[in-house]
Design a protein around this ligand. Structure first.
Ligand code: CMP
Length: 148
């Protein structure tokens, strides 16, 4: 059974063509299907809206400025256990942790700081739906799941 998730390549990496194509290759080798792809630039207000659950966190400002600092690649990916597996492939949120826990993860290879950790992935089915809707309002995931 395939599951959908939202995978975002952040501004830290989206203009690095070599890194983007390396990451896409790894995604394909890990048995994901690319369902939708969009090159997108968030305004500061859109980034604030996307990350509003983190509004009260100390890193909120740096996060929303960083996310709106350049273009991003947004993808809807499908795979068995896509949400959990994509988070595993990305590695820990905090890049310094990848040094000990998961140096071969995507964040371990490409991440720069805890904020500029190069990738985002949905953390639950409910959030995946909300996030797909945010970036791909025209995508009808309910009928996609109905056919699947
Ligand atoms: P992401 O998976 O996009 O979800 C929330 C983002 O907040 C996270 O990746 C990081 O970019 C950022 N973030 C989370 N924790 C921290 C932290 N401790 N310090 C700085 N930025 C963080």
């Amino acid at each position: 059974k395939l599951q959908l998730t939202l995978a975002v390549l952040k501004p830290d990496i989206s203009l690095n063509e070599k890194a983007v194509s390396e990451i896409r290759k790894i995604i394909l080798q890990d048995n994901y299907l690319f369902i939708r792809t969009k090159f997108h630039k968030l305004t500061l207000n859109q980034a604030k809206d996307f990350y509003k659950v983190h509004e009260k966190k100390f890193f909120y400002n740096r996060l929303v400025y960083s996310m709106s600092s350049g273009p991003i690649w947004c993808h809807i990916l499908a795979r068995e256990n896509a949400i959990k597996e994509w988070r595993k492939l990305m590695g820990p949120t905090k890049v310094f942790k990848t040094i000990y826990d998961d140096p071969n993860s995507l964040r371990g290879n490409y991440g720069v700081t805890d904020t500029r950790n190069t990738l985002h992935g949905s953390d639950s089915d409910e959030n995946a739906k909300a996030e797909m809707d945010f970036f791909f309002p025209e995508f009808d995931f309910e009928s996609w799941y109905a056919k699947e």
